[in-house]
Design a protein around this ligand. Structure first.
Ligand code: PGA
Length: 248
């Protein structure tokens, strides 16, 4: 389903006390500046329960940054989609570039993670995006197409319909360098066309991520194929995060 959506990826930031502070700030900020946009925080998994409790009275939802590719079993250290769903979370990031790079997640892992999420009614947010060298080589559209194809080829059309896709050029993540609205729109339009060619509808939500902040969100979100953002650094500040959500 296509809609306006802003998600805040906290990455490996916050402790119990600073997470509570940020969640409290966020509730206050949303009270003062209500948003019509669907909003979600994606904190570290240990904070999910606290975030779900806080969001009972506030206008945001909760997600996780990763789930296991397997069902329950002897997989020490893993957190399953069933566990996350049972805590009341709604979203799960799949294939964030930091996980692809540092934890060597393969396309098979990612397709399995998507399936686990859908089995447990978690909304998978499939993250894709090219590194700087790929952008500079000029082959970035083919690279992104391949990142889509390698999981789409393992999914049924109705599973693809239920994905959110986040385009996050790696060179823009945490660097302060944002893709221009035109650069982002070019890729988003290609993604939408590809999804249409694959499943016969392009009614899916496609987010932009990479140094998105209050000063550039409006221009990015006004592009015809950009439905919102996956926000890293700026989501650690409640005022900035809500300002981004109110940039449509
Ligand atoms: P950033 O991170 O907004 O800090 O660039 C985005 C992301 O990694 O999801």
């Amino acid at each position: 389903m296509r809609r306006s959506l802003v998600l805040g990826n906290w990455k490996q930031n916050t402790t119990k006390s600073t997470a509570l502070e940020l969640l409290t700030d966020l509730s206050k900020e949303l009270n003062d500046n209500p948003t019509k946009t669907e909003l979600g925080v994606i904190p570290p998994a240990l904070v999910v329960q606290m975030a779900v409790e806080q969001c009972q009275n506030s206008a945001f939802e909760v997600g996780v940054q990763n789930v296991s590719s397997t069902n329950a079993g002897a997989f020490t250290g893993e957190v399953g989609a069933d566990m996350v769903a049972s805590m009341g979370a709604k979203y799960a990031l799949v294939g964030h570039s930091e996980r692809r790079e540092y934890f060597k997640e393969s396309a098979d892992d990612l397709a399995n993670k998507i399936v686990r999420c859908l089995e447990h009614d978690l909304l998978p947010v499939y993250c894709i995006g090219e590194q700087l060298e790929v952008r500079q080589s000029g082959d970035y559209l083919a690279f992104i197409k391949n990142q889509l194809e390698e999981v789409f080829s393992q999914l049924q059309p109705e599973q693809i319909t239920n994905l959110v896709i986040a385009y996050e050029p790696v060179w823009a993540i945490g660097t302060g360098e944002t893709a221009s609205a035109e650069q982002a729109q070019e890729v988003h339009a290609m993604i939408r066309q590809l999804v249409h060619a694959k499943i016969g509808t392009d009614n899916i939500t496609i987010l932009y991520g990479g140094s998105c902040k209050p000063s550039n969100a409006k221009e990015l979100f006004s592009q015809p194929d950009i439905d919102g953002g996956l926000i890293g650094g700026a989501s650690l500040n409640a005022k900035d995060f809500v300002a981004i959500a109110n940039s449509f």
